[in-house]
Design a protein around this ligand. Structure first.
Ligand code: FAD
Ligand code: FES
Length: 279
């Protein structure tokens, strides 16, 4: 069995600055040894560790879909490791290990409507999920796809060109919102994610909701989903606890008896209701 702590080598093929503040960058990575792609087969919702020799490593949700040739991560610059990552030039080789964690419940989602609710830069693994579900090869396996995605301003929304294209895609009902409308007419809806979700009011009948965002958004989104009739078993959240090993060995990420790295990061709301409120 391969050593789970040993990173494989990946090359930074493309770096994209995502926002006006320039503290969000997307890294598209290729495998230095093409054969290693097979060892990194993942499902939307999983995460990987990126590492830079002499600096360290950190976990990030995988933002690409399994069918895409490059593995994508979108990273906010917050501290030492993410600053080093932001300074990388295209062509640099770094380390990556994983994929770790569980995924969004694709089996449960089969034949059901899917409602995606997200705020800010946590949209990454949900972007992976949307691209996966929109793939013409599997689109018919899932019901209606609705997404409410918000950010502080239009400039803070991720993957702008792609989500502009989704706006005219009949396979997804996309509702973009910003806290405050600026001069930019796009997107046209001013409002917070939970309020916009309430207005859109997707049906909870035979539907699953996937939620990822800052804690404040999650806190105000739950009551709206409950009001719409979503049962705790059908609402899934992705958590981002501090992690060290990523494989259930070090005990850095636990919430009560569960390890977020191994048992999560995706949990149903009914699972979380039975855990201490540390997340
Ligand atoms: C499963 C998982 C998926 C993640 N996905 C992404 C992603 O897609 N994009 C992304 O930008 N980040 C993501 N993160 C968070 C990312 O791992 C941290 O931002 C990173 O480790 C910070 O490293 P640093 O050395 O730059 O900052 P540090 O010096 O370690 O910390 C700087 C500041 O960031 C805070 N911080 C560090 N880690 C976290 C965390 N996990 N949650 C909240 N605050 C934190 C610290 O408290 C401190 O205030 C994810 C974390 C997990 C566990
Ligand atoms: S990060 Fe080590 S147990 Fe989860």
């Amino acid at each position: 069995m391969p050593n789970p702590y040993l990173p494989i080598s990946v090359k930074v093929e493309r770096v994209t600055v995502e926002n006006e503040a320039k503290d969000l960058k997307t890294f598209d990575l290729s495998f230095v040894e093409p054969g290693e792609r097979k060892a990194f087969e993942f499902i939307p919702g999983q995460f990987g560790f990126l590492s830079i020799a002499g600096v360290g490593e950190a976990p990030f949700g995988i933002a690409s879909a399994p069918s895409e040739p490059l593995v994508r991560y979108t990273v906010k610059r917050v501290g030492a490791f993410t600053t080093a990552l932001h300074e990388l030039e295209e062509g640099t080789v770094i380390g990556m290990r994983g994929p770790w964690g569980n995924s969004y419940p694709l089996d449960l989602m089969q034949g059901r409507d899917v409602v995606i609710v997200s705020g800010g830069f946590s949209f990454t693994t949900l972007r992976s999920t949307i691209v996966h579900l929109l793939d013409p090869k599997r689109r018919s396996q899932f019901g209606k796809l609705t997404c409410v995605y918000g950010a502080r301003s239009a400039g803070e929304l991720l993957y702008k060109e792609e989500i502009k294209a989704w706006e005219s895609n009949p396979d997804i009902s996309l509702h973009l919102c910003v806290d405050k409308l600026g001069g930019d007419p796009w997107p046209g809806t001013e409002g917070l994610v939970p309020n916009v979700l309430k207005q859109v009011a997707p049906s909870a009948k035979n539907a699953v909701a996937l939620v990822c965002g800052p804690p404040i958004m999650i806190r105000f989104t739950h009551p709206v989903l409950e009001e719409l009739g979503f049962k705790p078993d059908n609402v899934f959240l992705s958590l981002e606890n501090r992690m060290k090993c990523g494989i259930g060995k070090c005990g850095h990420c636990n919430i009560g008896p569960v390890y977020v790295c191994k048992d999560g990061p995706v949990f149903s709301y009914s699972q979380l209701k039975n855990l201490p409120a540390e997340y």
